[in-house]
Write a protein that binds this ligand. Structure first.
Ligand SMILES: [Zn+2]
Length: 502
């Protein structure tokens, strides 16, 4: 393209090029001519990112589908995101790290088609009908045939880095280089920054407040007019069609590395908090566990373990005791890792269903997940070790109460306790029950114990053993019928409400 005159280039650089069917060149994909205006291909160009988002939202809602199935719970947040997208507004997700801001931005990207038609080799995947870079503008207006290619869905992370430069964020255009004889496609003529690379996709400004304030000012134009003006080299406005999403930590919202007011005025703030219910917390953990992602199926963790593990993190968040102040709320990543480490322990001993011992003798597996994530406010006097022990014990107590109320027979409690005794060996002061696979086979002859295990959804022997363990543990925590002794449980002789009442 050395025969391009500079005046032609200068003319095209500032022109907004929009093709119509009549004014378009012939388009080719892989050497084959294609009709981009056909029903088959017309969906993949001309439409803007907001057009795609609006269509996808309308379509999903018409069919009663969840627009963001990747996001667990958060109905209000989803509603707000849908509405903001519909209005073409940039969104600022505000929330502590690890509550799904990034996941949300990726879920928004999924509203875009999985692939788009673009001018081949364009560094910002230009729409052939409405290109932004001057190389593409020149091609579609001057050439008779233009090669196109398919580009996959675009999601570009723009890290909130205090050292971020204009060149990295916006990029530059140099007409001077063209004058010096550089080719129109030469990488030094046009250097797209990340905001431009997000063209036709989602630009995700991760920790927007950490972007230097001088650069934040350059984003006003992008967020308001979907345009950036290159400031390196020649000052040239370029339209960018992307859905702009940003995130911020509440502590960075206003403060040392704040988002400047004029920029805030150009986005809708949507708060993203921790999961509202323990069920949502569990769902997030089970979905994102290493095992699930690696093997494409969920590990058989019984619901009582799920609840204990999730509750450990949740009570760390809303620490009711008030004696400890955490510097940051425990993220969902903490929950996922608690599940991961306990389950790895299960796998390592060749089993598939967790037992309490998989938490570690002193809950080491839980600590492995939480030690680095628990951060106290300055001046807290508790140790991490004590704090985590406290969280585990509280979570166990809560679950044991749940098991006690939910599954244990209220009417024939005495008979139930007698059945448990029959599983034990006579020792001084009671009957010692040692948990083993053999024990499980013996429960089949005990009608009430069998009913309880069935009610708990325990059908295979490993799950039955786990259920039996949690039942005994509940009785040891919620009553004085059972005492925990090392690795076994003793159904007490004295204080056995059962026999006395009969
Ligand atoms: Zn281009």
């Amino acid at each position: 393209m050395t025969d391009v005159s500079i005046s032609e280039i200068e003319d095209i650089v500032y022109r907004d090029v929009r093709l119509t069917q009549g004014s378009a060149p012939r388009f080719y994909i892989g050497g084959e001519e294609v009709d981009i205006w056909s029903d088959e291909l017309s969906f993949y160009h001309t439409l803007t990112t907001v057009d795609y988002a609006r269509r996808a939202i309308t379509e999903a809602e018409k069919n009663g589908l969840d627009v963001f199935p990747e996001i667990v719970g958060k109905p209000l947040e989803k509603e707000l995101v849908k509405n903001a997208l519909y209005s073409g507004s940039p969104i600022l997700f505000k929330g502590d790290r690890g509550f799904g801001k990034t996941t949300f931005s990726k879920a928004v990207a999924k509203l875009l088609p999985p692939k788009l038609l673009a001018v081949k080799d364009c560094r910002i995947h230009d729409d052939p009908v409405h290109p932004a870079c001057f190389s593409c503008k020149w091609k579609v207006t001057h050439l008779e045939r233009v090669e196109l290619s398919w580009v996959p869905r675009i999601w570009v992370r723009i890290p909130g880095d205090p050292m971020l430069t204009t060149r990295q964020l916006i990029g530059g255009v140099s007409i001077q280089k063209l004058r010096e004889g550089f080719d129109i496609d030469h990488p030094e003529v046009f250097i797209p920054g990340r905001a431009l690379k997000a063209n036709r996709g989602v630009g995700y400004f991760d920790e927007l407040g950490a972007i230097p304030s001088s650069l934040q000012t350059m984003l006003h134009e992008l967020f308001e007019e979907r345009q950036v003006t290159t400031s390196e080299g020649d000052i040239i406005p370029m339209h960018v069609d992307s859905i702009e999403i940003a995130s911020t930590n509440p502590s960075n919202y206003r403060g040392t590395s704040a988002i400047k007011e004029p920029l805030l005025d150009r986005m809708e703030v949507i708060e993203v908090g921790p999961p509202e219910t323990v069920e949502e917390e569990i769902e997030i953990a089970m979905r994102n566990m290493y095992y699930t992602r690696r093997f494409g199926k969920r590990p058989p963790i019984p619901v009582w373990h799920q609840r204990i593990l999730a509750q450990i993190v949740r009570s760390g968040r809303s620490n009711s005791k008030g004696k400890v102040q955490l510097a940051a709320e425990l993220s969902c990543r903490a929950t996922i890792k608690v599940f991961d480490h306990v389950y790895s322990r299960v796998e390592r001993r060749g089993a598939s269903v967790p037992r309490l011992m998989d938490y570690g003798e002193n809950y080491e597996m839980i600590k492995l997940a939480l030690n680095g994530r628990v951060e106290f406010e300055f001046g807290s006097r508790t140790t991490k070790n004590d704090f985590i022990n406290y969280l585990v014990n509280e979570a166990m107590k809560a679950e044991c109460k749940h098991v006690y109320d939910e599954y244990l027979p209220q009417d024939n409690f005495e008979v139930f306790v007698r059945e448990l005794k029959s599983l034990g060996d006579r020792v001084q002061g009671g009957w010692r029950i040692s948990l083993s696979e053999e024990l499980v086979t013996r429960t089949s002859k005990l009608p009430l114990v069998s009913t309880v295990l069935k009610k708990m959804g325990a059908h295979d022997s490993e799950t039955k053993l786990s259920a039996l363990e949690v039942v005994l543990n509940s009785l040891s925590l919620c009553s004085d019928i059972v005492a925990k002794m090392d690795h076994s449980y003793v159904v007490r002789e004295a204080g056995d409400h059962g026999e006395a009442a009969v």
